[in-house]
Each structure stands twice: as C-alpha cells, then as structure tokens.
Design a protein around this ligand. Structure first.
Ligand SMILES: Cc1cc2nc3c(=O)[nH]c(=O)nc-3n(C[C@H](O)[C@H](O)[C@H](O)COP(=O)(O)O)c2cc1C
Ligand code: SF4
Length: 679
C-alpha cells in the first residue's frame, strides 16, 4: 500500500505520537475503590500492545470530593492514585503508546446522595435532568478550592509519568460556566464571554502553575451545544480560538451537542443506525478556524472513515473509542495489512449503556475486553492434539465457539438449521436501524472460514448426524424459542415478538404488546408495529420501560414511540386474552391492586424471553463423557473441562448461549469464548 495517512506520526510539541489513532477518554467503570488497579491497567495496556498512538485514560477522573463518581470515575484527588497510574503509564509506554488522562469536576452532572454526601454544585442552581440532583450555586470559596484541586490533580498525573491531561469541558463544570443554559450569574463569572471563561482560565493557570510548561494540557470542549438555549456555535468557535491562542493549551478535542438528557447525549455519542461521523466536518471547521491541533471522536467506527478524517486534514488525531473496545488491535491489523480481520464495532453501545446502569463496560461481542487478565484478545494455537469440534447452531454463541476453536487450530464444523447463519440476530437486524448487528455474525463467519472451519446451513441436526461426525467436542448452541405461554388463559390467541420482527405475522391495526422481558425484542416489536401504522400500547409490569436496556439504546425507541404516539403503560401485567367478536379482549392487572382493566384490540404480542431449544442436547447427553456437565470452577479458573461421568462417552458435550437459558448476545459470546479457549 502507498503511504497510509493514518500511520504517519504526529508531533504534538515535544511528544511524537506514532500514528493518528487514539482512544478518547471513557470511563469503563473498571475502577476499584476509585483506583485504576490491574483490570484498568490491563485494559489500556492491551490497546498499547495493539498499536494505538494515544490512550486517553479514565473518563472524567474527578478532582474534588464534591464531584462524586457518576459512573465509577477515578478519584484524581487522592494521592494514592499516583502509583496506580504510574504502573499503567509505564506499561503502556513500554509498548510505545502515549498516555494521558481526562480530569474533571462534574459540577451538576452527578448525584449528591453518594460517596461523601457533599452537596453538588453548578454555576447556577439549574438541575441536570440526567442525574436528577439539584445543585447549589457555586460560591467564591468553591471556585478557589476547585481551581486548586485541578492543579493538584494534574500534578499527580505528571508525577505518575503521564504525557499529559485534558480537562473535560462538555457537560461538566467548566462549560457549565460557558453555557447560557446553566449559567445565569450576574457576577464576574456570568454574562460576557470573558466572564463565562474566567473559571476555565483560572483552572488552566492552576494547572500550569502546578505542572509547568512542558506537561501537555488539552481541553475536550463543546464548540456548539446545538441547543436553542445553549452555547451557540459562534461563541463555541470563539472559545476554541481563545483557548488556542492563550498559550496554556496544547490541543483541542472537539465535541458538538449537549448531554443533559439521554436524548441529547445520544446525539453526542450516536449509536448504531445513525449516520457515521456526524460531527467530523464540524470538528474540521473548528480546526480550520483555530489552526490548532484538533482531536475528535464520534462514531468513526471504521478505518476508511478514520483515514478520510486524517487524509482530508479535518483532524490531527482521530478517536476510535468504541472501535477499540470492540478490537484493541486495530492499528496492528492495519500495519499487517489485515484490516478485514478487525472486529467491527457495531454501534450497539451496550458498553456505554452499562456504565449508566452502575455496571462495567463490556462489549456486546468482544468478551475479552475488560477481562484481559483472564480472556485472550488474541487466541493462541493449542499445543495439544487437534480436535474435531462440532458446533450446532450458528448464532452468536455457536459462531464464537467455532471461531475460537478454529483459532486454537481445531477442525471445526458448524451445523445450522436455518438457511443463513445469525440466529436471533437475523431477527433483531430486520429493523433497518439495527442492521449493523449482523457485523457480529459476518465477522465470525469470515474468521471461521479463514481458519479452515466449515459452516453447513439448512441442516436440522439430529443426534445421529452429530455422532456420525465422530466429534471430540460438541457445542450445543441451538438457542431458544419465544416463550409466550405465560398467560392464565388465551395463550393460543397471542403472537410472539419474533412473529412480528421476522415478518411472519403481519402487523395488526390496534395492538397490545406485553413486554415481560425488558430488553430489545418487545420494544423492537412495538417499534416495528408503530412504524407499520398500527396503534400500539406497550404494557410492562416494571416501573419503567426496558429496565435491562440503557439510556442510549432506549433513546432510539423513545424517539419513535413519541413520534407514533405509542401508549406506554407501566406497573401492569397482561393476565389473559379471550376472543371478542372478530377481535380480542385483553385483561390487564397489576401487582399493586386487584383492579382489572380491559383493552379491546385485534392483536396481542407477548415478549417473555425464550425457552431453550435443547432437545438435541438432551438426546446427546447419554453419549457424552461428561453427560453434559460443566465444571464451573474450572471454567472460572480458566482450566480445561475434564469432568468424566461416563467413561464410555465419545465426546465432551457443552451447552452454551440461549440453549441454556434466555440471556443476551454478550452472555452468548462469553460462553463461546471461555469454553472454547481451553480446548
Ligand atoms: C463506556 C464509555 C464511557 C465514556 N465516558 C466518557 C467520559 O467519561 N468522558 C468523555 O469525555 N467521554 C466519554 N465517553 C465518550 C467517548 O470518549 C467518545 O467520545 C464516544 O465514545 C464517541 O466516540 P466513538 O464513536 O469513537 O466511540 C465514553 C464512551 C464510552 C463508550
Ligand atoms: S458494545 Fe457495541 S458500541 Fe460498544 S464497543 Fe462493542 S460493538 Fe462497539
């Protein structure tokens, strides 16, 4: 290949970045006691090993105790963070990557009822909807204290050997001063742009006083809130120009939008089904207006778009953040001419949605990310004998087991009943905005083929078919069937969400969807029905919708439900359905009282997860050396499965994914990886 602009080094003052690809700051919620311990370190080291030029660690490491963690943030105000960050940066440096960290004061963007229970604050007492806390108005003594805290936190990061820091000025305290939406002050911190920037420059002065001129300092900044009551583009670009020319800042990392609600955040961090790189041109315009080193990330998931961003001079460094959660070895694969092997980020945003639910960020289809201590990002060949591995079912679980077994060097055959691989993702991806999910399947199909594996579709495998293949290991990954038999009466009158999603049952005109799963299928069926023109009521026994789904995924449904006026009914169960003339009568109840309500509709859809399709598994159990038993202790310790319950058994039988119980894609892929990696 001719010279690749993505691989050209970039000089940021005294620091040479080895290429143009970075991971922007993101909090994966891997911290322990607010510290970046082993899990955190290994996560970043893996990206360094994978060739990334710059890893911006943490997401919003907090500089003060009255900025309590909103999503597992690191505590940059504690001295004990220094040795942890030192270990992280040293090891990343050994692999050639530069390391920085984002520090912040969250201002109103957190909750007061946690950690040290200090009141949270903001320039003006304007509540942020997303975190719900009511902030107190910042006082002069708060400013002095927080400004000093920024300097001290930056100094800790310098002491830890980091190459630099960035301060967060989008949705956080610095830009809460910039934005008219959050700053209604009439003192020297409100009103004119000079006044609204005062706090930011005090922070920068404090950092420079603490760290000197050589330490790299950037600002991740909103340059247009795209909001009628927020920071205008003209003000935002002027702020960028002032920061660029102030002599205290080394780079800008450009953001567009605001983030006080899920709906707004979903435009800053767009998920699947939305245009690629929506703010890239804008970031390029800021670069032109400032002539300053410009970084940017927002849904640039593929190498071609990243290359375009650099080749056209829109950016100096391109952020591929979720792309690295999906595959931390992007740069190495580019360098080796193996772009096709890059595991694609499919934009599912399972990773980010989880941290707002108080969980850790894991990738929907890379179960090794965040588990680098126990799960391999690069599967190595087995030193043992080559095994014959038969996998039944070509959904995410089966294909992951097949991929990993293939990379281990085993002979792999996958049997799939459907004409195409994909399992439940074939159904989920029928909604156009979720089509990218098929990347989870397509990538595995290609990887399996590359390692000599074979996928036979349209094969309904019986026990004798499997036995005829003389396997050493059999994976049963046959998935499940929708479970709609959950009503007191009228189970035969309802259809499943799969019936709707697959198109097997046409949409009714007046439809009640009972979602007793709280994840995608029920919501997606409701969306599909509404888009087809049906009048839809979505009923759930939960206290809010899609409890298993995070805010960014929810935003896409909420937008469509709002557009089509879908009726949303919480705290309500569907009890029974009966015929009523040429329609149906649905009886609704509640866990909260004996009253009953009725709805006359022409279609009832029930979503209650799946029941395992496990007939083949049970038929094979008597033939298996382990009688189907899994040794969970060995699994969790990363040891091979060795259970012997039937010495005459010819093969080891392992059941994974929804063939065990109704779960989700990540659980399926994790099953496949961890059982197959030790064969
Ligand atoms: C799990 C997760 C946590 C994040 N936390 C932060 C954060 O604390 N601070 C920040 O500036 N951006 C945060 N982000 C946003 C990313 O830095 C980035 O802007 C976003 O993911 C869009 O880039 P991408 O499309 O390349 O992923 C987070 C993203 C993810 C996926
Ligand atoms: S969960 Fe989805 S968005 Fe997040 S890294 Fe994985 S593929 Fe990308």
């Amino acid at each position: 290949m001719t010279h690749d602009p993505l691989l050209s080094p970039y000089r940021l003052r005294h620091l040479t970045l080895r290429n143009r690809i970075m991971s922007t700051s993101h909090e994966p919620s891997y911290s322990e006691d607010g510290m970046p311990k082993d899990r955190y370190r290994l996560y970043h080291v893996e990206k360094a090993r994978g060739g990334i030029a710059l890893t911006m660690t943490a997401g919003s490491a907090v500089v003060s105790p009255d900025s309590p963690p909103a999503f597992g943030n690191l505590l940059a105000y504690k001295d004990e963070i220094v040795p942890w960050m030192r270990a992280l940066s040293d090891e990343c440096h050994e692999h050639g990557a530069a390391v920085m960290i984002q520090i912040t004061h969250l201002g109103r963007r957190t909750a007061a009822t946690q950690a040290d229970w200090l009141p949270i604050l903001a320039p003006s007492p304007v509540r942020e909807a997303a975190h719900r806390a009511f902030p107190k108005e910042v006082e002069a003594w708060d400013i002095a204290r927080i400004v000093a805290d920024y300097g001290a936190a930056a100094q800790r990061m310098q002491a830890a050997g980091l190459d630099g820091i960035e301060i967060d000025a989008y949705g956080h305290l610095p830009d809460q001063f910039w934005s008219p939406a959050t700053n209604q002050r009439t003192d020297e911190y409100g009103g004119s742009l000079d006044n609204r920037l005062r706090f930011t420059f005090q922070v920068l002065d404090s950092i420079r006083a603490a760290c000197g001129e050589r330490f790299l300092v950037g600002v991740r900044m909103v340059a247009d809130e795209a909001w009628d009551i927020g920071l205008s583009r003209a003000d935002g670009v002027e702020i960028a120009q002032r920061l660029a020319s102030c002599g205290k800042v080394d780079f800008l990392n450009i953001v567009r939008g605001h983030m006080d609600t899920d709906a707004a955040l979903a435009k800053i961090i767009p998920i699947q089904g939305t245009p690629s790189a929506p703010h890239l041109d804008f970031a390029g315009e800021v670069r032109t207006a400032t002539g300053f080193p410009t970084f940017h990330a927002a849904r640039i998931p593929d190498v071609a778009t990243a290359r375009h961003a650099i080749a056209t001079g829109k950016l100096d460094m391109v952020g591929m953040t979720r792309a690295h959660i999906a595959d931390p070895h992007i740069v190495r694969k580019i360098m080796e001419g193996r772009e096709a092997d890059i595991r694609p980020c499919v934009g599912a945003t399972y990773c980010l949605d989880r941290i707002y639910e108080g969980r850790d960020a894991v990738c929907i289809h890379n179960a090794a990310t965040g588990r680098e201590a126990t799960m391999p990002q690069v599967v190595t060949r087995s030193a043992g004998e080559r095994r014959r591995v038969v996998v039944v079912g070509a959904g995410p679980a089966g294909l992951e087991a097949a991929r990993v077994a293939g990379e281990r060097g085993h002979a792999v055959i996958v049997l799939e009943a459907q004409p195409k691989p994909g399992g439940q993702l074939l159904i989920a991806s029928r909604t156009p905005r979720r089509r990218e999910l098929m990347g989870i399947i397509d990538w595995r199909v290609e990887q399996i083929a590359a390692h000599g594996g074979e996928i036979r579709c349209g094969v309904w495998a019986e026990a004798e078919d499997v036995l005829a293949l003389a396997p050493d290991v059999v994976f049963i990954a046959t998935g499940g069937f929708p479970n709609t038999e959950v009503l007191r009466a009228g189970n035969d009158l309802v259809v499943s969400s799969w019936d709707i999603l697959s198109g097997q049952v046409p949409a009714g005109e007046n439809v009640l969807v009972f979602d007793d799963n709280s994840s995608h299928p029920g919501m997606q069926a409701a969306e599909m029905l509404a888009e087809a023109g049906a009048t839809v009521e979505l009923v759930t026994p939960e206290r809010y919708f899609a409890a298993e789904m995070g805010g960014l995924n929810h935003a896409a449904y909420a937008e469509r439900f709002h557009r089509h006026d879908v009726r949303l009914t919480i705290n309500t169960r569907l009890l029974e359905v009966r015929r009523d003339g040429n329609g149906l009568m649905a009886t609704l109840g509640s866990d909260y009282g004996p009253e009953r309500r009725e709805r006359r509709v022409d279609q009832v859809v029930v979503e209650h997860g799946t029941l395992p399709a496990a007939e083949l598994y049970h038929a094979l159990v008597p033939h298996a050396v382990n009688l189907g038993e899994a040794d969970y202790a060995a699994l969790l310790a990363g040891r091979p499965q060795t259970v012997v319950r039937n010495p005459d058994g010819a093969f080891r039988l392992l059941r994974i994914g929804d063939a065990v119980a109704s779960r989700n894609v990540h659980a399926a892929v994790y099953d496949g990886l961890r059982f197959a990696k030790d064969i």
